[in-house]
Unconditional design. Structure first.
Length: 281
């Protein structure tokens, strides 16, 4: 039984980090004429109203996209991501926030494809409503994205980004993403994989980056953004990370210039910081 609904968290600091990186990778893939696929294993609802009761309950977006909305002089990658959010908010007032499927769709050309998985029946229904006119280019499956990924790899064009963005509702999610990636890179070694994970003071979360590094992939990048110091009581998400296998060569350099600015904008206390680690040829 899934209880997580992304509508309560849409546009928070974790979405900003994840979507900044998603947009950068998708745009990089679009620079070459050859087609590509984006596979989003945990799609959510696709689009969110920031004035809805769900989004306003915790109002996490106010300390996420809300802090970037009026910012000026942003580094190019942040400005490009923000430009996408502006397409959804043409009258300059921030009322809507895009989910990963919407951002991915914006980066597709006619011959590119988007494959979406969403297990929660309510969010899968909303996702379908949001993308019901997109024809063959977008396929939506109300099923387990980790299990479904297998059948899609390798994708026909042999160029793809796989975004894995679980809600980590159960401790087993951590092991499942490691196993899924292990299998996925065997099937499609040259694909780009971007896994989001929370920074939480619990063992499974702390160990995840090391487990991913031990997968044996030659090229990876691990970016984290902590918006505050971990709470003394051992509870609460204080930031998040993105582990990217086979990142575009442009990503690390881009994050080196972007993360310092993003950290300053999203900092909630003196403990805010970012890390960037990589291994590559
Ligand atoms: N990727 C979305 C975005 O960036 O806008 C947010 C996704 S949210 C963090 C995680 C979503 O995964 C939730 O909507 C949840 O219902 C869904 N979910 C949980 N387990 C799943 C699974 N095994 N397969 C597919 N979807 C799942």
């Amino acid at each position: 039984m899934l209880s997580y609904r992304h509508a309560y968290h849409a546009g928070n600091h974790a979405d900003v980090l994840k979507h900044l990186i998603l947009v950068h990778i998708a745009q990089y893939l679009g620079e070459k004429p050859a087609p590509f696929w984006i596979i989003d294993t945990h799609a959510g609802a696709g689009l969110y109203a920031l004035e809805s009761a769900q989004a306003m309950k915790l109002a996490e977006w106010q300390d996420g996209i809300g802090r970037l909305w009026q910012a000026s002089g942003l580094p190019p990658a942040l400005a490009e991501y923000l430009d996408f959010v502006k397409i959804l908010n043409p009258d300059a007032s921030l009322k809507h926030y895009p989910g990963s499927p919407w951002l991915a769709q914006q980066c597709l050309r006619a011959h590119d494809r988007l494959r979406l998985f969403e297990l929660h029946s309510s969010d899968a229904r909303i996702l379908r409503e949001n993308f019901n006119r997109s024809g063959r280019q977008i396929n939506i499956s109300e099923s387990d994205g980790l299990a479904g990924l297998k059948a899609l790899l390798p994708p026909p064009p042999r160029r793809a980004l796989v975004l894995i963005d679980p809600s980590y509702e159960t401790a087993s999610d951590y092991g499942n993403v490691v196993k899924t990636l292990q299998d996925a890179v065997k099937r499609f070694a040259t694909g780009t994989y971007a896994l989001w994970y929370p920074l939480l003071p619990k063992r499974e979360a702390r160990e995840l980056p090391q487990r991913l590094q031990r997968l044996g992939c030659r090229n990876w990048l691990n970016a984290t953004l902590e918006v505050r110091a971990p709470a003394g009581n051992g509870f609460g998400m204080y930031g998040s990370g993105m582990f990217i296998i086979n990142p575009p060569w442009t990503l690390e350099k881009t994050l080196h210039t972007t993360l310092p600015v993003l950290t300053r904008l999203l900092a909630q206390d003196e403990g805010a910081r970012y890390t960037l680690e990589s291994q590559g040829d």
